[in-house]
Design a protein. Sequence first.
Length: 101
Amino acid sequence: MANRLGSGDHVANCGYVTDAGVSGQGIAIDSLEVAKRRGFHAVQFNFVMESNRRAIALWQKLAFREFGRIPETFRHPSLGLVSALVMRRSLEDNGDETVPQ
């Protein structure tokens, strides 16, 4: 699905809630391939919890980069308020992107 309508519709938006039983089965990689086949230029996650180290490590391994943080956006049951990350990856070439300064 497009992250935004109109002039932002070239960027796909993904979000996952996965059962532990399907972890490691390539769902994330499949999503990137589907997005590219559908003509998207990039994939963006708008809401990756900073406490979800496993997801962040996976996205970084798949060439996603952090482009912003939204402070205290999620009420974690044991950690309290945690920030959400905005992560993005190009689907062009190898997906490498430079984080703007």
